[in-house]
Design a protein around this ligand. Sequence first.
Ligand code: GTP
Length: 289
Amino acid sequence: MTIQWFPGHMAKARREVTEKLKLVDIIFELVDARIPVSSANPMLDEIIHQKPRLKLLNKADMADKEITKEWISHFSSEGQKALAINSQEGIGLQQIVKAAEEVLKPKFDRLKAKGVKPRAIRAMIIGIPNVGKSTLINRLAKKNIAKTGNTPGITRSQQWIKVGKELELLDTPGILWPKFDDQEIGYKLALTGAIKDTILNLHDISIYGLKFLEKHYPGRLMERYNVGEIPEDIVEIFDIIGELRGSLRAKGEVNYDKVAELVVRDIRSLKLGPLSFDIPGEEEIPPEE
Ligand SMILES: Nc1nc2c(ncn2[C@@H]2O[C@H](COP(=O)(O)OP(=O)(O)OP(=O)(O)O)[C@@H](O)[C@H]2O)c(=O)[nH]1
């Protein structure tokens, strides 16, 4: 099945990103640390071509730390520099400039050899909705104040934020929508709050979540819902949860809608602890188009 949720937006976003790309030296690709593959835009490579890129795994506080480490080494083995950050609390942000300098060293060395005076790195943030783009921009801007005016000779409408002496960041991020053929990615996006529940069926999302927990985090699943043993048919957990919590029943019957909602809410709100839904070696690779 092909799901294409935002076709009109996508074309517009793509044009905008392509336009802004000319202004920067490097892309900061913001992904969700819980789903660093599923929250990446499959068309980004095609859009940015050879433009240098730094991958930022945001919301690292909500992801499984060990899995995040594995992802960082995985990306590094593919020649892709990546950092884990928490934009909300400003953790890991001080490494961004250094990492960007590292990625851009070959280009800046070439310019230096030609006698071009060193200048600040120009960057823009790109990511899917809700991944934390504004939070990161605000964090970087607050810490380093000075929003610059228009940059003459480039474009009148672009605002740059100065981050120390070394970095200038476009104040508006590039938004790219998720677009893929795989429903599993849809469930992962829904479980992490990147897309609204209403796009997919809440029951399907919760069942996917439970099955995922059963496979990767069985101990936490059992502990959270007080089940001694995971039933063969995971759907039976709905009954167990419903029986345990009086509030999820009406006239003695389990209200499955409420149970599904509870499970999804629990997963999103860290009630089961930090979770990663993309597991290295098991990742779904979004098809290129
Ligand atoms: N726990 C946690 N939450 C974060 C982090 N960064 C952002 N958030 C939260 O994620 C939500 C979305 O953040 P935004 O900065 O609005 O995301 P955005 O990418 O600008 O979203 P759009 O405007 O929809 O494109 C907000 O509730 C933030 O508080 C983080 O590192 N950790």
